[in-house]
Design a protein. Sequence first.
Length: 304
Amino acid sequence: MVEDKTVKVKVPGTTANCGPGFDSLGIACNLYNELELTLHKKGKLVIEIMGEGAQNIPCDGRNVVWKSIQYLLHRANVEYQGAYIKMLNRVPLSRGLGSSAAAIVAGLTAANYAIGNRFTSQEIFVMATDIEGHPDNVAPAIFGGMTLSILRKDGEPECLSFFPKIDLQLIVTVPEFSLSTKAARKVLPVVVPLKDAVFNVGRAALLVGALCEGKTEFLKHAFEDCLHQPYREKLIPGMYDVFAAAGENGALGAAMSGAGPCLIAFTEKNGDTIGTAMVAAFKEHNVKAKYLLLTIDKKGACLL
Ligand SMILES: Nc1ncnc2c1ncn2[C@@H]1O[C@H](COP(=O)(O)OP(=O)(O)OP(=O)(O)O)[C@@H](O)[C@H]1O
Ligand SMILES: N[C@@H](CCO)C(=O)O
């Protein structure tokens, strides 16, 4: 067992759903949180946070990073009483860019390296899914690229990570207000009509096929969804107008990012024009927003 070893990891923010792939599709973005971890056999827990959420994230036993570290240590059957955790957060909280997944994956990955890399990425994925409750953000945070995740009938997650043949730019409009995933899941129905399920099955398959084949001409309808976005629209003023502004300015498609309120557009070019138009459309609905121009991260969580 390695004691008092300091490890530093970097974990990407992620966008989930990508329109039709509710709880299944995800993409790792080149926006990263960094975590430095030193475990101590005895002593206190000390947490320092810089960047996004620094004022709001608890620095005690309630911290999600620390809880994830403890989860893994418990699985490994090792005990550490104390730790020094230093975080630099760039992923905004509760905006739909996978901040909770990044925190969970950072804690699990750092703890795993700190105890000598005992668990495989698949095992980390299983633990992260168990903590987060769904696999679509933790999968790209761990494996990088675009990911397709399922929960097997026995509850175990599986993930296929791939890299689209289209050079996608991700334009993420970030509104000033936050929306917790919990609140955004509460508005979803328990049962959906069969025609809506069919609508999404076809589009999710078309989206993955078109991205893998590099066929942009099939993307026009491939980002559409009717399983979650119509129900969540009321939580994000002007959502469909922002999508329309993206389309009118050349985007290949647009969708909610995760559970929102960030809205994401996909394009090969003119990202700034599209981002500016999306921010202006939000403004028409009295929502102050900014945009980030991102690309797909290829590596996922890694040691620094
Ligand atoms: N860097 C962090 N360190 C510790 N806890 C964090 C960190 N980032 C997020 N969290 C926890 O996760 C919560 C946000 O999770 P939530 O699922 O609501 O949003 P999200 O993951 O950003 O959005 P989405 O899942 O839609 O992409 C925060 O309130 C906080 O408790
Ligand atoms: N698939 C999740 C992503 C957010 O964590 C949702 O839409 O609720």
